[in-house]
Design a protein around this ligand. Structure first.
Ligand code: PMP
Length: 404
């Protein structure tokens, strides 16, 4: 069992007050809080080894380069990638997805098809729409059922030799549904399509094994897993990364430049133009260590208890409806109360120190499916407590009375 109070002491912000009340932070789906060890590691980098990487012969540059590359290897092991050069540092999930979508512009032809799902975040929809516009390919969408689960028979029916890439999230940010990505990857590969997994909402809760999944790409953000903002990883299979063209041109990503012709650097540098977020990349490794020290089994146990308690307690409220009632769920509860706008509930409970997200969660197609303007989303992390959930439930009841 985790000692939650001890863990909470690692996160200075959790003892802050908001609007005069102890902060109850349930917006972990948007971004996680940061433990002191991560905050300190950022300062330590700037105080002790700040230098540009991969360039200087001087000592600091070597130290910074080593720390950056050690972090890459740490993340390689964390996600079980075969090679460290399959691990690209990015600024986040959005960047990773755009990198792949941009690369596929050189592969797709009119008539080809791209499959996304109805559960996607806008950042896993729009880049593919832009790609289809550019190439004349067609976007196909896997529908969902009333529980917010992908309809797999429809997915099977969409697949054909025209399918060139399938791109779905591991866990839905708006509903918390965990998608059957192994099934999706297997089926997509059977027709020769590549698969990108948007792991933004998965990495705070689990340790993805990219070799076991056999996905071609796996994108995620550091800031949702206790790491710094502006950090992220795109995993890509070596053969795919070799096949795709560079995303951005500049320093670092070249072998030789003449005005006649430029040749590109080997992986991973081919995709890492310019000076990266060096401190961020290094400290993402610190965050990964922190999570692994807690242990993902422990994280999952605590989050399952939080999800079960929140679901049970919230459903005691008359007129409250939870969206995303599928069996396989991460610690996210997305809900509404009959006749009350989610924004109004969010505003009132904020005054009571409770941070939830209200709105469409950058997933408007899901809201359109349920014919709602948005939801109230409480997303829990391992550092949240059962008592905090009770505080939220009481606050939601109060808000409901005020607004009814
Ligand atoms: N995909 C999903 C499922 C997400 O939840 C998010 C962030 N809310 C993103 C992609 C985009 O991540 P970022 O803004 O860190 O690039």
């Amino acid at each position: 069992m985790l000692d939650i109070q001890k863990i909470r002491a690692d996160f200075p912000i959790l003892s802050e007050k908001v609007n005069g009340k102890p902060l109850v932070y349930f917006d972990n789906g948007a971004t996680s809080q940061k433990p002191q060890i991560v905050i300190d590691a950022i300062a330590k980098y700037y105080q002790e080894i700040n230098a540009n990487i991969h360039r200087g012969v001087h000592t600091l540059s070597q130290l910074a380069t080593d720390a950056y590359e050690i972090s890459r290897v740490k993340i390689q092991h964390h996600i079980n990638a075969k090679f460290s050069h399959e691990v690209l540092f990015t600024s986040g999930t959005t960047f990773g997805i755009n990198l792949v979508a941009n690369g596929f512009a050189s592969i797709l032809k009119p008539g080809d098809e791209v499959i996304v799902s109805s559960l996607e975040h806008h950042s896993n929809i729009v880049p593919w729409q832009m790609l289809c516009e550019k190439t004349g390919a067609t976007l196909k969408v896997i529908p969902i059922n009333e529980n917010g689960e992908l309809i797999l028979e429809s997915f099977d029916a969409l697949l054909s030799e025209k399918t060139k890439i399938v791109t779905v999230n591991h866990i839905s940010n708006a509903l918390g549904i965990v998608n059957p990505i192994k099934y999706i990857i297997e089926k997509a590969h059977a027709v020769g399509a590549a698969v990108l997994i948007d792991g933004a909402q998965a990495v705070p809760h689990l340790k993805p094994d990219v070799q076991d999944l056999d996905c071609d790409f796996y994108a995620f953000s550091g800031h949702k897993m206790c790491g710094p903002t502006g950090t992220g990883i795109l995993y890509g299979k070596e053969e795919w990364l070799n096949k795709l063209p560079p995303y951005q041109g500049g320093g670092e990503m070249i072998k030789e430049v003449t005005f006649e012709k430029t040749t590109y650097a080997d992986l991973p540098h081919k995709f890492e133009a310019g000076t990266p977020n060096i401190a961020g990349g290094i400290v993402l490794g610190t965050a990964v260590d922190y999570l692994n020290n807690i242990g993902f089994d422990n994280i999952q146990k605590q989050e399952e208890a939080l999800l079960a308690h929140a679901t049970k307690r919230l459903l005691e409220i008359e007129g409250l409806k939870i969206y995303g009632t599928g069996k396989n769920k991460a610690s996210v509860v997305s809900f509404n109360i009959d006749g009350i706008h989610p924004y109004d509930i969010g505003t009132i409970i904020d005054k009571l120190g409770i941070a939830v997200r209200t709105g469409h969660h950058c997933a408007q197609p899901i809201m359109n499916f349920f014919c709602i303007p948005g939801t109230i989303r409480a997303s829990f992390s391992f550092y949240n407590t059962i008592e905090e959930i009770d505080t939220m439930v009481e606050a939601v009841k109060k808000a409901k009375t005020m607004l009814s």
